[in-house]
Structure formats: C-alpha cells, structure tokens
Design a protein around this ligand. Structure first.
Ligand code: SF4
Ligand code: FES
Length: 150
C-alpha cells in the first residue's frame, strides 16, 4: 500500500518562511481569527504573507495549537540564535542532569579539583553521579553497566 502523500506548502516574505502542513490542521480557526488579512482559508494561496508585519505573523503561527503552521527565519544564523534563545532565554550557562546518567557541564564553565587545579578548560564535561566511574569526577559510561537510576 502506498503511503499517503503529505502536502507541505511554504510562504516566504523574505525574512521568515511559514510552513503549512494541512494534514495536521484541526480547524481550530485560531490563525484566521487572529490575523484575517494573512490567513484567508477561502482564497488561493490562502496565506497572504505580505499582508502584515513579520512579528504579527510569528505571534499567530506560534498560537496554532498543532504543527499545521510553523515558521523559521530564512537567515540560517538568525534561526540558530532564535533556537538558542528559546532553549535558554536568559543566556546563562546551564548544567543539565541526565536521567540515570551524568551531569553535563557546558564548555564555558571550568571544573577545578580540591587543590584548585583546573581539570578541563573550554570543553564539555560529564560529571559522574553514579559513583561507579573509574575516571572520577568524570563519567566514563559505567552508569549503564551499573544500572544507575536517579
Ligand atoms: S490555527 Fe492551526 S490548527 Fe487552527 S485552523 Fe489555523 S492552521 Fe489549522
Ligand atoms: S554517571 Fe556515568 S559513570 Fe557515573
């Protein structure tokens, strides 16, 4: 049996591209109630991408309750910066605890031992939480063999 063909349409105003995936639309009407000059379901093409400023289009697309409407910046660098800002809004370095695994410490944070010696500079580090590593304080993957939970 052939897989159902999924239509994806794109609309660009030069700055952003709005992506439309009709198979994901649940007809919640949010888009055309919020921004009727841009989203006109009775017309073809139904997205009038130049009818409102970019910020308004982004706000409306973000309000779509499914991924029927999504968007991205056309400029790759700007898109990368936007994703990074979304993942870490205050821009501060973050330590992440991996489920059943180590702590992840980003490159910009140095790790010192009890004598003040810096153990790693400018590289990502994974700190053992399970107590089984043979390379403490760093994780060597032993948590998997040890069946560490936490
Ligand atoms: S807001 Fe999203 S789910 Fe609702 S009608 Fe528009 S595209 Fe469809
Ligand atoms: S958390 Fe990976 S070895 Fe301990």
């Amino acid at each position: 049996m052939s897989e159902e063909k999924k239509v994806i349409r794109k609309y660009s105003n030069g700055e952003i591209t709005v992506v439309w995936q009709p198979h994901l639309c649940i007809h919640a009407t949010t888009c055309f109630k919020q921004l009727p000059k841009v989203f006109k379901p009775r017309e073809r093409p139904w997205v009038k991408i130049d009818a409102e400023p970019t910020e308004k289009i982004i706000a409306t697309v973000d309000a779509c309750p499914t991924d029927a409407l999504t968007w991205y910046y056309n400029d790759e660098q700007k898109q990368k910066e936007y994703i990074a800002m979304k993942e870490n809004p205050n821009g501060k370095p973050e330590i992440t605890i991996f489920e059943n695994g180590p702590l992840h410490i980003p490159a910009e944070i140095n790790v010192k031992d009890s004598t003040g010696k810096i153990l790693k500079v400018n590289e990502e580090k994974y700190i053992c939480r399970c107590g089984h590593s043979k390379n403490k304080p760093f994780c060597d993957g032993s948590h998997m063999m040890a069946g560490f939970k936490g």
